[in-house]
Design a binder for this molecule. Structure first.
Ligand SMILES: *Cc1c(COP(=O)(O)O)cnc(C)c1O
Ligand SMILES: [Zn+2]
Length: 463
């Protein structure tokens, strides 16, 4: 009898399958990405999504407590006793009228899915619990990732909590926000700073992992994407199981967008939703590979027959011109997204779109998110800047229901926020000129005052 879950190549010409417990980075036969795949007919899946809500009543069971494993029937690749969970996915879907107004939407129709509430402060915990569960299934002792910061923070946290697994973090030099670096160091991850950028670190970690047999935790790991599907399940839950019209997400390595598309397609196949939201993926103009390939060079999923020559040509051009990703949204400062093809599949399945926003638009949107009492790191705010752009274009109607994913916590990158609000003149230029940011439209400047009661009272009364 074949297994209920296996790994499968996404290339329809190949469709090679592999055992669920095999450790692979890519398809052995054709080099494409792999999915976790299931025999849904033989698995038991709830007949209606609201059955998942009942688990909230049994929160002392760690699997029911987890915002990911609560939905375990929808990612059934591991036996319950192999699941590694430390309470990930306790996040919220919140309305934010001020942000809605900024984006030009009906105040009741814009929702922010705040993934900064995960224990390591970003959505990455949703995926890490999946990958650690798989690592646990195959008895891995060492794990590694390349990271712009949040992946390493999450991985190091899981490894430390588990105790039996050593974490190796590969980062580029000077390319990591302190709020993230401090986590990897504090959690005891072995942190290897490479003289290069994220794309360099990514290449090296793959080589090293292969040579030393270290379990790779990067987002080409299909089990991370399985966990990240749960972000969409929680969005649906927050909306009373009614799919929104749009889900808007920043695009870096394109793991989230890939996972979201897979989640929706599976839910539709299972008859659990009757409408698929459109997914909008937002690049920064300083790291615009997906936008260029899709909008500039016409690349498509094309039933899985992606025209690789378009990608190869563009990457050759980046190399020839020595073009590197540059954006202050460091979590999406990536020019060679590993999940590119899966993201193309999401765009195809969901009638999705790709847009780019400037770093100035990102910072302004971030200030609006902050002013709503939530806050996020710069990359996350690309989703809100993207919502505003799509609304401006008229692609999103004002009464459509829109969910923006806030991928990471405000405190990940306090420098960006403090400089935005308080740096002036040369200090502002030094912080932002290389990102093309000229203005801080929503600056909330601290007021300098002498230590004098009358003067302080004056300031307070004037505010
Ligand atoms: C990793 C990350 C991203 C990029 O997500 P992908 O799935 O790689 O596209 C965006 N924002 C934050 C805060 C992240 O940590
Ligand atoms: Zn293949």
């Amino acid at each position: 009898m074949p297994d209920l879950a296996w790994q499968q190549c996404i290339n329809p010409q190949c469709r090679a399958t592999y055992d669920i417990a095999q450790v692979l980075h890519k398809c052995d036969k054709c080099g494409n990405l792999l999915d976790a795949a299931y025999d849904w007919e033989r698995l038991s899946v709830p007949h209606s999504l609201d059955e998942f809500e009942r688990r909230w009543a049994t929160r002392r069971n760690p699997l029911d407590f987890s915002g990911v494993w609560r939905f375990r029937e929808l990612m059934p690749f591991a036996p319950d006793n192999k699941v590694v969970s430390i309470g990930e996915g306790q996040t919220q879907l919140r309305r934010a009228p001020g942000v809605a107004q900024y984006a030009g939407l009906d105040p009741a129709r814009l929702h922010l899915q705040y993934e900064g509430m995960n224990f390591s402060g970003s959505f990455k915990d949703n995926g890490m619990t999946g990958a650690f569960t798989h690592a646990n299934m195959v008895s891995a002792r060492r794990v590694a990732c390349a990271s712009t910061g949040n992946t390493s923070a999450s991985m190091a946290s899981f490894a430390a909590a588990l105790g039996s697994i050593r974490a190796f973090v590969f980062i580029g030099s000077g390319k990591i926000a302190y709020g993230k670096l401090c986590q990897a160091l504090d959690y005891g991850g072995v942190t290897i700073q490479i003289d290069g950028d994220f794309d360099d670190a990514m290449e090296r970690v793959q080589q090293v992992s292969k040579q030393l047999g270290i379990y790779l935790m990067n987002s080409l790991n299909p089990f991370r994407l399985e966990g990240q599907k749960a972000i969409m399940y929680r969005v649906l839950e927050g909306l009373g199981w009614q799919p929104p019209d749009w889900v808007i997400v920043p695009g870096g390595n394109l793991g989230n967008s890939s996972a979201f598309g897979k989640a929706f397609v599976e839910l539709e196949q299972l008859g659990l939703i009757n409408k698929i939201p459109r997914v909008a993926i937002i690049n920064s103009t300083g790291a615009r590979t997906l936008s260029e390939l899709v909008n500039g060079r016409g690349i498509e999923w094309n039933g899985g027959n992606v025209d690789d020559s378009i990608i190869d040509e563009y990457y050759a051009y980046l190399d020839a011109e020595n073009i590197r990703a540059v954006t202050l949204a460091s979590a999406i400062e990536i020019n060679r997204p590993v999940n590119l093809k899966k993201a193309l599949r999401t765009l195809d399945f969901t009638r999705g779109v790709v847009r780019e926003v400037t770093d100035e638009e990102i910072l302004d949107a971030k200030a609006k998110v902050g002013a709503s009492g939530i806050g996020c790191e710069p990359a996350s705010a690309a989703s809100v800047a993207g919502a505003r752009k799509l609304r401006d274009e008229g692609l999103i109607a004002p009464d459509e229901t829109v969910v923006c994913i806030l991928t990471g916590h405000q405190l990940k990158d306090p420098n960006a926020a403090v400089n935005y609000h308080s740096a002036r003149g040369e200090a502002f230029e030094q912080a932002f000129a290389k990102y093309g940011v000229k203005n801080a439209r929503f600056r909330n400047m601290p007021v300098q005052t002498p230590n004098d009661l009358d003067r302080i009272i004056e300031v307070v009364e004037k505010a």
